[in-house]
Design a protein around this ligand. Structure first.
Ligand SMILES: Cc1cc2nc3c(=O)[nH]c(=O)nc-3n(C[C@H](O)[C@H](O)[C@H](O)COP(=O)(O)O)c2cc1C
Length: 213
């Protein structure tokens, strides 16, 4: 079976989406052929759409942007839909993995609805997927094996998702938060991530607290 994977993160270099997709790929039986496409800020060529649609399964991975899907991903989906209709592509199963910055993976439910509506419109089969919260923590803990650290529930769900993909069955939509207390996550995100990022960008504490309106 051919599986096409699209990483819709706009980050140059390593993204949280990329880390999750890498884990998913490592779980897929080596008999299957995987093509892994990183969208970034560029757009795909018509040859790329042909290659993506040559398989039976499509896995979409992307970060949540403003409760929705990133603009590059939206543009790509519009072009992909045109390709599907023009070439009369049939029987594609679409699985989706969305990660978001807030703690609760349920924040991704609107983006899942958007993908579901797109699937109906494009004539492909929506097969559910995973909505993962605390996405930036995935990058911060990437050296811990996924089945041992705060994302061991994600590791379990990815293993189930891969089994389901290999059977070409629909998956449910699973919303996940890390196995880590929310208050500690907030404290650590503030002090180890946001503050250091602000200082790197030459901002002071009072700049972070400043209200725009
Ligand atoms: C422009 C922008 C909008 C975002 N909007 C949301 C949002 O609405 N809800 C949320 O939980 N996280 C939001 N985030 C956080 C990202 O979803 C989060 O950082 C994610 O882990 C990035 O994944 P990536 O490394 O795969 O790009 C936003 C990030 C950016 C840059």
């Amino acid at each position: 079976m051919k599986i096409a994977i699209i990483n819709g993160s706009q980050k140059p270099g390593e993204s949280n989406t990329g880390i999750i997709l890498r884990e998913l790929i490592s779980l897929v039986n080596k008999d299957h052929k995987i093509t892994n496409h990183v969208l970034g800020v560029k757009q795909f060529s018509p040859e790329m759409y042909k290659e993506i649609m040559a398989g039976e399964v499509l896995v979409l991975g992307f970060p949540l942007y403003v409760d929705s899907i990133p603009s590059n991903m939206l543009k790509m989906l519009i072009e992909l839909e045109e390709y599907i209709k023009k070439e009369d592509v049939q029987d594609i199963m679409v699985y989706t993995i969305i990660n978001n910055g807030f703690y609760e993976g349920r924040q991704t439910h609107i983006a899942f609805e958007i993908i579901q509506n797109w699937c109906e419109r494009a004539g492909v089969k929506f097969c559910g997927g995973i909505g993962q919260g605390a996405g930036e923590m995935i990058g911060a803990t990437k050296n811990t094996p996924i089945n041992k650290g705060p994302f061991n529930n994600l590791g379990r769900e990815l293993a189930l998702l891969v089994k389901t993909i290999e059977l070409k069955e629909p998956f449910w939509i699973k919303y996940l938060s890390p196995c880590f207390p929310r208050f500690l996550w907030r404290f650590m995100a503030k002090h180890t991530f946001w503050h250091s990022l602000a200082y790197k960008n030459k901002l002071k504490k009072k700049d972070i607290l400043k209200r725009i309106m």
